[in-house]
Design a binder for this molecule. Structure first.
Ligand code: A2P
Length: 335
């Protein structure tokens, strides 16, 4: 029998970090020792996990001196920039949820349903893609394989949990009518839609939009696919919704696309408009699947297709995807 790995969760007190713990438990992920790490602010705090109290450690240069096999990081880009290489130098394999390493050519960017083989060429860091990208990849991969993809237009409707506790607080305070100072956003989010996720870049796009574009090319392994994106924060607590408009290379029949999604890994087809059945953020929240519906032809271009894609951004868009990567790593761990 294989040895059980020692696991570290970095950012264990955060929204994604605490979901790492939930998902590890739900999937009965095997481990020998578990270390929970966060900033100095949380050091000494106790987290009860599987009936055991764990004391949160402050992340520092010596955190990886002890034997750790896999570290799940979700503590922001600058923390990953500094500490993921230190962990990797100590022989730890880091699965990093920040954007820090995603486009590094020495770091695989992985959605297990899409490009699991890329895990093999890691050099100690594996990047978890952006939450909006992950669910889009699960939907686009079967289309790419069967028909080829020429162009993609993303329009997203993203939940506040993607901004961590600060985003959740801004929506809660806004809904309660509290006049609290905004923590995450430039404008009130309650009753609003903000076409502004992450910072604006020189080209007029937000960083979130550029992440979707660049990560799509890397994960699908094709820089020739034309991609554009508009990403919008909406007053929803959990689950990102996406309208994806696709120009395929080859002609298709709608019924064949439905059948493709019916059998695609990680996908649940929800498309019965006569009975008002289509993917909804409230239904996706708390689950690990990617829901696809509103499948219809885009009559304005040749081989055009519109789909509506919804997934829990903290689970499939972050924690679950990272733990699926860790499960694949377990398969390759020496005895
Ligand atoms: P802490 O709670 O001690 O601040 P979220 O974005 O969901 O609020 O969570 C961010 C997570 O990243 C938290 O667990 C937070 O810990 C952790 N974190 C932030 N900065 C650092 C840091 N410099 N070192 C280690 N962990 C950090």
């Amino acid at each position: 029998m294989k040895r059980k790995p020692n696991i570290a969760v970095v950012g264990a007190t955060g929204v994604v970090g605490s979901t790492f713990l939930k998902v590890l438990e739900e999937r009965d992920f095997p481990y020998e020792n578990l270390y929970l790490m966060a900033s100095a602010r949380s050091a000494g705090k106790t987290i009860n996990f599987r009936c055991k109290d764990y004391v949160v450690e402050e992340l520092n240069e010596h955190s990886f001196d002890k034997p750790i096999d896999i570290a799940l990081f979700s503590a922001g880009g600058s923390t990953s920039a500094k500490y993921a290489p230190i962990a990797a130098e100590h022989g730890v394999i880091v699965v990093d949820n920040s954007s820090q390493w995603r486009m590094d050519e020495n770091v695989p960017l992985v959605v297990p349903e899409v490009n699991p083989d890329d895990i093999a060429w890691n050099n100690g860091i594996i990047a978890n893609p952006n939450c909006s990208t992950i669910q889009a990849m699960v939907a686009l991969k079967p289309l790419q394989d069967k028909y080829g993809i020429k162009r993609v237009v993303y329009s997203t409707y993203q939940a506040v949990s993607g901004s961590g506790m600060k985003g959740i607080n801004d929506l809660k305070n806004g809904l309660a009518g509290n006049n609290e100072e905004l923590q995450a956003y430039a404008h009130p989010i309650a009753g609003n839609c903000l076409p502004h996720i992450d910072v604006f870049m020189d080209n007029g796009y937000t960083k979130e939009e550029m992440k979707m574009i660049n990560e799509t090319h890397k994960i699908l392994g094709d820089d020739d696919i034309k991609v554009t994106a508009t990403t919008v924060r909406v007053p929803v607590f959990d689950s990102h919704s996406e309208s994806i408009n696709i120009e395929l290379e080859k002609p298709f029949e709608i019924e064949d696309v439905m059948e493709l999604f019916r059998n695609a890994p990680g996908v649940v087809l929800q498309d019965d408009v006569e009975n008002n059945v289509y993917p909804l953020a409230l239904d996706a929240a708390g689950t690990d699947e990617v829901y696809i519906g509103r499948i219809r032809r885009d009559f304005s271009v040749e081989n055009g297709l519109n789909i509506w894609v919804v997934a829990d951004n903290i689970r499939k868009g972050a924690a679950t995807n990272a733990i699926q990567i860790a499960e694949k790593l377990l398969e390759t761990m020496p005895d």
